[in-house]
Design a protein around this ligand. Structure first.
Ligand code: UN1
Length: 496
């Protein structure tokens, strides 16, 4: 009998007000029922907000270094249980164990970074333009923060939103993707075990249209952070704009890898296989376009086709597997639709283009797929697919490669393979993305660096690194005039 899970609201594990649940199944084998999770609604969100507001009073009054110590213990517990958690994650999400292990590691790195940030959270003290006056800024906690997270990084993304929010002194309500609810359940257990006061964290499971929407529309949740589709991000943005909320959006990508004629082709080949087909292409940073210089185009494409054909599809929990399943049926339908679109647009299907049968028919598998001769500005080349589909575009120069890279609505990551140091620097300057990799694929962001993109990928904020601490805290500026008289800024000029 599969277990029925609960929400964590008001300091305890509770059933949803609806009494309803949804099923969480293994995408590699849909007969494997992992558990039933709360299909909550607005009433559960209301209760979570009431509790989180009490949690906020307690937590915002706790010294930041003490908050950081809790996160250090969270990091220790995640490290201790890394393999067991990775196994749960692969079962509910599908990607291979090495990748879910990396996903947990990103959470561990984020926890340790946040722990030390508890002893920094720098403000500034700057000289005043007047005599005998101090001018300084410090960071204040904001309040209740609402987090809405996707399925593809079931641990890393919740942690890189939650840990900075917590160390800054906020209370958190999280609604994880209904495709991966088990991972955040384990994370909340760890937070509590590490000593986080219970009302500081609330976990409300459910659907985006109900729970996510209720969080976004709640007047007492002043901060929202969302990772997901550009379309949903736009809807959230409208509400947050109207309600004057602070909002961080991390959305779609159509990332390209450029391989120049002087590149190390062995290295580029390994890179594109990992970038395009790792996580079955379900990363916002996935390499979904490959821009090849015409001088190496045919040679590289042949080698790529052979190598990608050798990738083994299967259950991510089996050691021999290279590529796991897609997350669910709708996701596979979408990939199938784009393969049809590609063919209608006249692109040349080099590999894949179908779901495997046989023993893999019980999961949402799809073969690594490569289209060559993809035209810039075609739908296949422009739209995010979120699956194992790579579009190859042929170019005649570096400048043309840059134009193709930039001519999409998204701008998360980009990559260039070249041995020419001048080209590498031009790429870093001219590729219109939040992240550019030189001689590495479009994935591989590290937890202590800012992460995010330009154009329709984001709304100007960054996750990770030092910048995210600005997002989760309010800057307060204080002036202390100890001259004993009225000094008027901008008016009472001080002469040297
Ligand atoms: C995402 O693609 O959704 O750089 C996040 C990477 C990971 C994070 C990716 N560290 O691929």
């Amino acid at each position: 009998m599969a277990k029925t899970f609960k929400n964590f609201i008001g300091g305890e594990w509770v059933a949803p007000a609806t009494g309803a649940h949804f099923e969480n199944r293994n995408p590699a084998n849909t007969a494997d029922l992992i558990g039933r999770f709360p299909d909550s609604d607005r009433r559960d969100v209301d209760a979570a907000v009431r509790s989180a507001r009490r949690g906020f009073v307690l937590w915002s009054g706790t010294p930041a270094p003490v908050r950081g110590d809790v996160l250090r213990r969270v990091g220790d517990l995640l490290a201790e249980r890394k393999d067991a958690i990775a196994d749960v994650m692969t079962r509910e999400m599908g990607k291979v164990l090495a990748e879910t292990g990396g996903d947990v590691q990103e959470g561990i790195d984020t926890a340790y970074y946040a722990a030390t940030e508890g002893r920094r959270l720098f403000g500034h003290v700057v000289p005043s333009e007047l005599r005998s006056k101090w001018a300084m800024s410090y960071r204040r906690p904001i309040g209740v923060v609402g987090l809405i997270t996707p399925f593809n990084f079931p641990m890393a993304i919740p942690t890189w939103k939650m840990f900075p929010a917590l160390v800054c002194g906020n209370a958190v309500i999280i609604k994880p993707s209904e495709d991966v609810p088990h991972t955040v359940h384990l994370l909340v257990e760890i937070l509590l075990e590490a000593g986080l006061p219970p009302e500081v964290i609330q976990l409300v499971h459910g659907r985006g249209e109900t729970v996510g929407r209720a969080l976004v529309e709640h007047p007492q949740v002043p901060v929202i952070s969302f990772t997901g589709s550009t379309e949903t991000g736009a809807l959230i943005g409208e509400t947050c704009g109207r309600m004057h909320k602070r909002l961080s959006l991390e959305m779609g990508g159509k990332n390209a890898m450029i391989v120049m004629d002087d590149a190390d082709l062995d290295l580029a080949l390994e890179g594109v296989l990992w970038g395009a087909f790792g996580t079955t292409g379900q990363r916002c940073t996935a390499t979904s376009r490959l821009i090849l210089h015409r001088k190496i185009h045919d040679r590289f494409l042949r080698r790529l086709g052979d190598a990608a054909e050798g990738l083994r599809l299967g259950d991510g929990r089996q050691e021999r597997t290279d590529v796991g399943p897609l997350i669910h049926e709708a996701s596979r339908d979408k990939v199938e639709r784009y393969v049809e679109i590609g063919q209608e647009e006249g692109a040349d299907l080099v590999l894949g283009g179908k779901a495997p049968g046989g023993r893999l028919a019980d999961g949402w598998f799809y073969r690594p797929t490569i289209f060559a001769g993809v035209r810039p500005r075609s739908r296949l080349e422009q739209e995010e697919i979120f699956g194992p589909v790579l579009s190859v575009i042929r170019v005649s120069s570096f400048d043309e490669a840059v134009r193709v890279n930039n001519d999409v609505r998204y701008g998360l990551s980009s990559s260039v393979y070249t041995g020419d140091v001048d080209l590498a620097f031009r790429a870093m300057r001219d590729l219109d993305n939040g992240i550019t990799y030189v001689n590495a694929p479009t994935i591989g962001a590290e937890a202590h660096m800012p992460f995010g993109g330009v154009k329709a990928t984001g709304n100007g904020h960054r996750e990770g690194g030092w910048e995210v601490y600005d997002f989760y805290s309010e800057t307060k500026v204080c002036y202390v005039d100890y001259s004993g008289r009225l000094q008027r800024a901008q008016i009472d000029a001080v002469l040297p």
